[in-house]
Design a protein. Structure first.
Length: 52
């Protein structure tokens, strides 16, 4: 998808990994999936760029 959008593919890989980082922690609660992981890197570049 990143290639199609002409975005940085390496950065998108990292974002994908972070997005799935909380999967075990939320134990199937898809309402929280991704949100829990997004709260962890507060203040860093990825959060400012992709989690606005």
């Amino acid at each position: 998808m990143a290639k199609e959008l002409k975005e940085d593919t390496h950065l998108w890989k990292i974002v994908g990994l972070l997005h799935n980082h909380d999967y075990d922690e939320v134990k199937g609660d898809m309402q929280r999936h991704g949100i829990v992981a997004a709260e962890k890197p507060k203040g860093n570049f990825l959060r400012r760029r992709f989690m606005q």
